[in-house]
Design a protein around this ligand. Structure first.
Ligand code: SF4
Ligand code: SF4
Length: 408
């Protein structure tokens, strides 16, 4: 069932203003400003729903939200905060005009880069150039948060079918992402190897596209709907047991396509979507792994822990790797400050959160940080460069792939 493009009264009415979400909210913990807390943001949404103007101040408080959904986990009244903030941003998009420079930047990123292979290629060229140049001041700070372009992109694999190793037990489809095809090609390859190793025939449907998560988070619901329809057409005809993603941010939106589109096919699509850790933890995992003698700490991705309520699956998978010692950091499910392109748009807040995250990581003494979302990996790598102790940063499936590779 689709949800319309402004906060719905029934969702707003669920908030009883108890304030139990306040200390779960990273922006509130940082600023101690009620209007930058979940309760304060909901209060402002109620004012707008009752006829108040959409002001610049309202937009700034809603923009500064990470959409991490930690408040959803903390809320005893079941407030669907993620749905509210996405709808509030959609309403802001419809009712206000951003400055020209911001509109141009958003148009380029959301219309011409994320959903377009040609656009991503051009962006990758620019970023490859930037990797070899030391930029001054603020530009250099932003560049240090940008992803590294990997030398062979993943695109040539799109459209291919990878056979199961051993007896075929599952036929699954893999969503390779948009920017991940350029910046996380090795992670995508590792994901396919681990799935093959676990009895999966892996298809990568050729007509797939960007999932639209960043569009939804930015309030651009119509472009997101176009992308969702294209993915539904690309994946639903294949008679797959599951549609797998290795990006928690994408998975959260893919599982909510039914809220984006009023179309039973969207509900069917959403019911097939599984995060790769969720899928692997639920099957009879191949235990034939070599030892990795290391200590690791696991960072919950917001959109896995709070968005999809998946916390134990990645930890269970790590526990099955022989030799691996897991040390929990404090507040592992608190946002690292990545949040899509938040680290570029709100760099100061993002870095403040990252600094705290790295203090928690360093206190564990772990050799490696493991997470389940490419965006978090980028942010944590930037954290290691600034405040870390040379920890490696990996996705859960990369650790499994490494353990399997020791038994080849
Ligand atoms: S969002 Fe939930 S926890 Fe926060 S004030 Fe409202 S009812 Fe209370
Ligand atoms: S989504 Fe995250 S940043 Fe936004 S109000 Fe909730 S806890 Fe705070």
């Amino acid at each position: 069932m689709a949800v319309s493009d402004k906060p719905q009264q029934a969702d707003l009415d669920r908030c009883v203003h108890c304030g139990l979400c306040l200390n779960a909210c990273p922006t509130y913990r940082e600023l101690r400003v009620e209007m930058d807390s979940p309760r304060g943001r909901i209060y402002q949404m109620v004012q707008v729903a009752n006829g108040a103007r959409v002001t610049d101040s309202y937009r700034e408080h809603i923009d500064l939200c990470l959409a991490c959904r930690a408040c959803e986990t903390a809320c005893p009244s079941g407030v669907k905060y993620g749905r509210l903030v996405e709808a509030a941003r959609a309403e802001i998009e419809q009712r206000t005009h951003r400055p020209l420079s911001e509109r141009l930047l958003r148009r380029v990123v959301f219309n011409h880069i994320l959903p377009s292979r040609a656009g991503l290629r051009i962006a990758a060229l620019g970023m490859r150039f930037q990797q070899h140049v030391k930029l001054p001041g603020r530009l250099g700070e932003l560049a240090s948060l940008a992803p590294r372009v990997e030398s062979a992109p993943f695109w040539p694999q799109i459209g291919r079918n990878f056979p199961a190793i051993g007896r075929k037990q599952h036929r699954i489809a893999f969503l390779s992402g948009c920017v991940a095809n350029v910046f996380f090609a090795r992670l995508n390859e590792a994901t396919i190897r681990v799935l093959q190793r676990n009895g999966c025939e892996v298809a990568i449907p050729i007509n797939q596209t960007c999932c639209g998560a960043l569009h939804v988070h930015a309030g651009l619901r119509e472009p997101a709907r176009k992308l969702a329809r294209r993915n539904i057409d690309a994946f639903l005809g294949g008679n797959f047991d599951a549609i797998i993603t290795n990006a928690a941010g994408c998975g959260s939106t893919l599982k909510e396509y039914g809220e984006l589109l009023d179309d039973p096919r969207a509900d069917k699509f959403a019911s097939l979507v599984k995060d790769v850790t969720e899928f692997l933890a639920a099957i009879d995992l191949d235990k034939n792994m070599g030892e990795i003698r290391e200590t690791v700490t696991y960072q919950d991705s917001c959109h896995l822990a709070h968005g999809q309520k998946i916390r134990s699956a990645p930890r269970e998978l790590l526990r099955r790797v022989p030799g691996l010692e897991i040390r929990e950091m404090s507040m592992a499910d608190s946002c690292c400050g990545s949040a899509g392109i938040y680290n570029i748009l709100h760099t100061d807040m993002s870095l403040a959160l990252l600094r705290k995250k790295m203090d928690a990581v360093n206190a564990t003494g772990a050799d490696r940080i493991v997470t389940a979302n490419p965006g978090c990996m980028l942010q944590l790598r930037a954290g290691v460069d600034r405040w870390g102790r040379a920890q490696r940063v990996s996705h859960v499936v990369e650790v499994l792939d490494e353990a399997y590779s020791k038994m080849l």
